[in-house]
Design a protein around this ligand. Sequence first.
Ligand SMILES: Nc1ncnc2c1ncn2[C@@H]1O[C@H](COP(=O)(O)OP(=O)(O)OP(=O)(O)O)[C@@H](O)[C@H]1O
Length: 230
Amino acid sequence: MAVQQAAPLLEVRGVHKSFISGGSPLQVLKGIDLTVKSGQLTMLRGRSGSGKTTLLNLLGGLDQPSEGEVLFRGRPFQDQSDRQLTMLRRKQVGFVFQSFALLPLFSAWENVELSLRMAGVGKSQWKTRTARCLELVGLTKRANHRPYELSGGEQQRIAIAKAIAHKPALLLADEPTAELDSQMAAKIIAIFRDIIEAEGIAICMTTHDSTLWEAADVVYQMADGRLEPE
Ligand SMILES: Nc1ncnc2c1ncn2[C@@H]1O[C@H](COP(=O)(O)OP(=O)(O)OP(=O)(O)O)[C@@H](O)[C@H]1O
């Protein structure tokens, strides 16, 4: 167990990423090295345009580096076939975005349960796991509500329950508190800490909000496509 915890879940080595923008190359990441560990809350901070979302996409295997590599449990994403990568993302990674991305006609319960169906989790586990995820985000009593009957913060909590339903090893959250007031933002971070404690997963999120950084185990500061020391 101790050995498993010592090995990082994700290792980013010498990662560069360029896009073609307006016909010419735009270098967004210029040599990134970092690790993300299970049982930790990692935050990426930096100005708008510094490359946080680009890096988060690489961490989740949604995109590939132009140079360098991202290893998940010691294995580079780029060594996996498209099918393997799709399966790995579906089983091992959960995503939360700034906008809550819930299905409007489904109740909170149904939204979470749908994740289990999509991930191929056996039907016998749906009820217990859906109830557990709603409990983890403190919304057991809102299970039958539809998204429009919930506040923004509650909707984001349902989105989090949905993202962790299939028990991923990694939860990635891109500006998950950007639409929320400071009290609700703090609540989301407290929920992230509870989830880490209960499930032992790694959570990596981007945020501009300086009031949240002290809740992280590790903060990486991005500037001009590089990481700056804290
Ligand atoms: N697919 C793409 N094609 C071209 N340029 C892109 C693409 N994706 C990102 N960029 C550019 O890369 C730069 C970094 O974008 P990114 O979204 O990673 O920054 P960010 O730090 O997450 O910003 P924000 O805090 O505003 O979300 C920006 O200049 C953006 O326009």
